[in-house]
Design a protein around this ligand. Sequence first.
Ligand code: NAP
Length: 301
Amino acid sequence: MAEKQLFVVFGATGAQGSSVVKALLKDGTFKVRGVTRNPCKKAANDLKELGAEIVTGDLDDAESVKSVLTGAYGVFLVTNFLEHFSKEREIKQGKLVADTSKSLGLKHVVFSGLDNVKKLTNGELEVPHYDSKGEVEEYFREIDVPMTSVRLPAYFENLLTHTKPQKAPDGDGYTIAIPMEDVPVRCMSVADLGPMVLSILKSQEQYIGKNINLHTDEVTTEEMATILSKHTGKKIRDAKISIEDYEKQNSAKYKAMANMFRFFKIKSDYNKELTWKLNPKSRTFDEWVKKNTDMLTAILS
Ligand code: NAP
């Protein structure tokens, strides 16, 4: 029997990468190598127990990137802007994997990319964590590496972290502060990504060279609040915050996020049907909230 091909996953201990590792292990077509800077952490051990090879690697270190990619058929790459907030560093990490994939002759890179908003809006809107990933997408194409970009929308899981409902200032329940007014947010569960990447790898001829704008659902902030209230039994409302007030929260991070929400309002090239085709077992927002009601209720202190 032919030996299984090796697929490497960066960010294996994180939200996106762990979903990819789990889906690939469950399927069994590939040998899976998960990369982390700290192989002793629990998330790494959990994947090891499921059957992944766990190796030490650092996207800031060219030698280690070469070492973890040597012998691989392909790689899933996610870079984590939110760890350092440096556009330059994220671009450098992405280009390093692109150059190394090229020199080692990898057959398929699945990159967690995003739009280059600055370029698309002729400099009107800058969203550093989008623009950097957009530049990396362009670089992969420039140097002719076989690459599919999976552009993730807002995770449903953000409601457990960045956009978790806050106690309402008037003491009446909770509010969610997402400045989208009545425009729906395109979103999905990051846990549903893995099977999508697997489908892409299994039909690579259809997807190499494509940017896939994933989303499984679209919900307004008000609908989100209604669905959360229904399942948690808590009163949750749309904070109805304007982009201008959101932006006034006084840091570069909020400025970038405000521009991201402005971009969400004009972006229209999503691939919802294709997202569901890539993973027919994906969840809608309502299904995800229903499944995670305990966790969502627990964070409402
Ligand atoms: P996460 O759960 O925080 O995990 C980050 C992963 O990156 C960890 O596995 C970490 O590994 C790895 N990592 C970070 N720096 C590394 C380095 N120098 N070398 C090797 N590995 C490194 O993050 P995630 O949610 O999967 O992905 C974050 C990215 O998703 C961000 O860039 C963000 O812009 C993008 N994104 C987020 C959303 C959203 O709605 N939240 C939507 C679209 C895109 P170790 O610590 O184990 O080394």
